[in-house]
Write a protein that binds this ligand. Structure first.
Ligand code: GDG
Length: 459
């Protein structure tokens, strides 16, 4: 069996359960092959030299973790700049929030080159490489230029935008051409694959070699959708563990007279959090029977606080929540509970189980794992209802959720009302179908199908 080498911007110690399902799933495959996980250490070195960073290696069981520091200038241009102020907003269709500062691209290239330079001497001839996400799009091209012949696969966790949105990035052709240095490109959904295919047909005069392979820009690449799943068994275990049970019981007692609606996200403008509050307000307005009852709990964990768009979002959200509470709240009922902090992972399933409605309403999302976690945490005998944005990658799979358009405030309020009123038999039937699909396409399926496709790509 080839040794697996995973490359991602950040690493997590796969032995720690707090690392979350993805790290654990990758860790499992890394463990089986005595693998290597490579990425940024998370350290920012003041006064360091651009394009240079110290390499650290340590063992985590059978897995070697190899990390590189970034100097301040590289961190600001590669991470904050090109990755999070150009690629993240554009790939989520938010051209209005993109900052096309011309200095960022040099840092992005420099760090990808440095990663390739540091990684190359650590590689063995029969390794198989799996690169993750938008921070590292050109990594394979850099590795190939240095003579790397191993199989390399890439998985994009965020959406692939339609060609005309992609074309707004000044370096769009270079980015897309770089993807042809991989043997396999994995995307979250069929919509993403169709955007990729249309782009390379229009801009790269791509030819179809077969159903999954495209030839363009002087190369050939296999492109497929691999919708990421969650570790259903692990999340089920977590749901029945003491911390989650305690959280569930506390919530049930505290809100015994109320109906809970829950949103859990990183505080990101792609997640449609203000739109959710507006729809909740509309619910209280249009369906007054929910007053003094429906309570929206929103956990919005801090992320990328030093990017301007995030500070604006925080302010907007605080204003919206304050207004709903001021206009509708009673002495003994606060309609919105907004928490701008991370809650412990072991408490998340208990919160999900206590909520009659799970609100997952991104404006655009590669997949959205919270939607899947909410479903798995439910009591099958009395499950809550998932209200899911049609713009989340997860909507391609989770058809039995109530699918909504987060821009349509009234429509979303109506769907929330439908969720609150849904008869038990219908809730059970929908939940059963959703669970079957989540089990079939869990994170282990995702990992195995990607790695199988990579092993056999181009044969
Ligand atoms: C990217 C793509 C794609 C959130 N708040 C807390 C918390 N979380 C956990 C959730 C879930 C994870 O973080 C978030 O996953 P998502 O999938 O929703 O979103 P992104 O972070 O944007 O991830 C996305 C994903 O990659 C995987 O490919 O699905 O589309 O954008 O697990 O539970 N966990 C804890 N406290 C919180 O406050 N402990």
């Amino acid at each position: 069996m080839s040794r697996l080498v995973v490359i991602s911007n950040r690493l997590a110690d796969p032995r720690k359960p707090a690392a979350g399902g993805l790290a654990v799933a990758l860790g499992e495959a890394l463990n089986q092959t005595g693998g290597l996980w490579f990425g940024w250490s998370g350290n920012v070195v003041e006064g360091g030299t651009p394009g240079e960073g110290e390499l650290h290696t340590r063992q985590a069981g059978a897995v070697t973790l190899a990390t590189v520091d970034l100097c301040r200038e590289d961190h600001d241009s590669y991470y904050h700049g090109y990755s999070n102020s150009v690629l993240w907003p554009v790939f989520h269709y938010r051209l209005d929030l993109a900052d096309f500062n011309a200095s960022y691209i040099a840092g992005y290239r420099r760090v990808n080159q440095m990663f390739a330079r540091k990684l190359l001497p650590l590689l063995r001839e029969d390794d198989i490489l799996w690169v993750h996400d938008y921070h590292l799009i050109p990594l394979a091209a850099e590795l190939r230029a240095m003579g790397c012949k191993q199989r390399i696969g890439f998985f994009l966790h965020i959406p692939m935008p339609p060609p005309l949105i992609m074309a707004a990035i000044p370096q769009h052709e270079w980015l897309m051409r770089s993807l042809f240095a991989y043997d396999l490109v994995g995307l979250q959904s069929e919509a993403d694959v169709s955007h990729f295919t249309r782009y390379v047909r229009n801009e790269g005069s791509a030819e179809e070699v077969d159903a999954q392979r495209l030839r363009a820009f002087g190369g050939t690449v296999q492109v497929q959708a691999f919708p990421i799943g969650i570790d259903v068994d692990e999340f089920t275990r977590l749901t029945h563990a003491p911390d989650a049970v305690e959280t569930y019981e506390n919530m049930r007692d505290e809100y015994s007279r109320r109906r809970l609606l829950l949103g859990i996200d990183r505080l990101d403008y792609s997640k449609g959090i203000p739109h959710r509050v507006r729809a909740f307000r509309e619910l209280l307005d249009r369906y007054p029977e929910n007053r003094d009852s429906a309570t929206l709990i929103m956990i919005a964990s801090p992320t990328r606080d030093d990017v301007n768009a995030y500070a604006d979002l925080r302010q907007e959200l605080e204003g919206l929540c304050g207004a709903v509470n001021g206009d509708y709240g009673e002495l003994d009922w606060m309609p919105v509970r907004y928490i701008h902090r991370m809650v412990a992972r072991k408490r998340v399933p208990g919160l999900c189980r206590a909520a009659a409605v799970g609100l997952v309403t991104p404006l655009r999302d590669g997949m959205n794992l919270v939607a899947k976690e909410y479903v798995v945490a439910q009591d099958p005998d009395d499950p809550g209802v998932l209200v899911l944005s049609r713009f989340a990658g997860a909507a391609e799979q989770l058809k039995e959720a109530l699918l909504v358009n987060p821009y349509d405030t009234q429509g979303m309020a109506d769907s929330i009302q439908q969720a609150l009123q849904m008869p038990l038999a219908e809730r059970q039937a929908r939940h059963q179908k959703l669970m079957a699909r989540l089990r079939e396409h869990d994170v282990h399926w995702w990992r195995k199908s990607f790695l199988n496709a990579l092993q056999t790509a181009d044969d």
